[in-house]
Design a protein around this ligand. Structure first.
Ligand code: 13P
Ligand code: SF4
Length: 379
């Protein structure tokens, strides 16, 4: 796929606690031009041996993903982190909320490191703890809090996960959102879905047969009237992914006109009209498996983050894999983790210095773990 001549957009800059810290590796970041970076990363990894486990989300750059011991979507990576009790250091090549989840799911003796603390997520930032507490009070005032189950997408801060744990809810990912919603509707009559309205709406309407009228959007700055909350089955938080939000129904029409017979394959963080027009929808793991199984010569327009789409185009040269949008768009915060930051983190660990450790306080971790464990049992 040729992408370099297209306009370049980088979206998704988060302002979550990670990016607000601002300082990550004062004065010690190796220059990106250092030709030794790959060897340095290799040597540091080798020196750390089994004490180190590197997780890489599919949206990471190629220069980083080559050092991942395991790659995956957020669900797979959460499970992998939980399954490595012997690793002293978990280096998380992903974004802040993923590293928080890894810290929650690992023991106190294990240290989770995020190579660049500015790798946040703008979607996660769209639901703050205070806003969600206020929303819950609005549900109490409307008389529906005791029949509402809060479900939060993995892409949320630890305190939102803990909120869900405290209120009988669970976490979900794009791989298991339907199962999480089925579970939730077995516990109560309504769901407060945080923070991605699109994943919530797409799952409820396209996978579970609800109607758009069953859904109400909860704008924390202008909450819906109590009657609207009482009438809805799905209360969708007004959050979205700025990267997946770029894909439009027009992109789908355009690519179908450009490439006859193209299969449109999108992530459920895309808008409802895009997902409705697509042929296939699923998490990043699903997208990869779908392309693996596709016949040679078939054409695919993929609506998800560009690092992954470019990698897939390279992995399957016998298939025509293209990016769904005409403009190039990376997730800026996923892209914050680059080789210099990874080398800096690994060399610091090899020298005995733990840098950029992500820790979640004990009470938050306890309740977030309750919500995460509910998810992990929904296999
Ligand atoms: P998944 O890894 O759950 O597919 O989510 C995509 C994403 O946007 C992660 O930030
Ligand atoms: Fe957040 Fe979207 Fe980037 Fe994922 S792709 S980290 S949801 S901004």
């Amino acid at each position: 796929m040729t992408t370099t001549s297209l306009p370049l957009f980088i979206l998704g800059q988060g302002t979550d606690p990670g990016s607000e810290r601002g300082v990550d590796c004062p004065g010690e970041l190796p220059p990106a031009s250092d030709p030794e970076l790959v060897d340095r990363a290799r040597r540091a990894k080798q020196a750390l041996g089994d004490r180190l486990f590197v997780l890489g989300h599919h949206y990471q750059r190629d220069e980083v993903i080559q050092f991942a011991d395991v790659t995956g979507d957020s669900f797979k990576l959460a499970r992998e982190a939980a399954a490595r009790p012997s690793a002293e250091y978990i280096v998380f090549c992903g974004v802040h909320f993923m590293a928080e989840s890894a810290d929650i799911l690992t023991s106190d003796a294990q240290k989770v490191v995020l190579p660049d603390l500015a790798a946040g997520c703008s979607m996660a930032d769209m639901a703050t703890f205070n806003q969600v507490e206020e929303a819950w009070e609005a549900l109490e005032d409307a008389g529906i809090a005791d029949v509402t189950v809060p479900i939060t997408y993995m892409n949320s801060s630890a305190d939102i996960k803990a909120f869900c744990g405290r209120h009988g809810g669970a976490v979900c990912t794009s791989s298991n959102a339907r199962r999480a919603l089925e579970w939730a509707f077995g516990q109560g009559e309504k769901v407060l879905f945080l923070p991605d309205q699109h994943l919530g709406r797409n799952t409820a309407v396209l996978e579970m047969g609800m109607s758009l009228d069953d859904c109400v959007v909860y704008n924390p700055h202008r909450p819906p009237a109590p009657e609207a909350l009482r009438d809805a089955k799905m209360i969708l938080w007004k959050g979205h992914c700025s990267v997946h939000g770029r894909f439009t129904a027009q992109c789908v029409d355009d690519v179908r006109a450009r490439i006859p017979g193209v299969n449109v394959l999108v992530h459920p963080e895309c808008r409802h009209d895009v997902v409705t027009k697509a042929d296939f929808v699923g998490s990043t793991e699903y997208i990869i498996k779908k392309l693996e199984a596709a016949p040679a010569g078939s054409s695919w327009a993929v609506g998800t983050e560009l690092n992954l789409v470019k990698r897939l185009a390279g992995m399957f040269p016998d298939k025509n894999v293209t990016f769904l949008d005409r403009t190039v768009c990376y997730c800026s915060t996923m892209n914050r983790i680059d080789l210099p930051h990874l080398v800096w983190a690994l060399e610091s660990l090899a020298a005995g210095q733990v840098v950029n450790q992500i820790t979640v306080d004990a009470d938050t971790a306890h309740w977030a773990r309750v919500a995460l464990d509910r998810m992990l049992t929904l296999i």
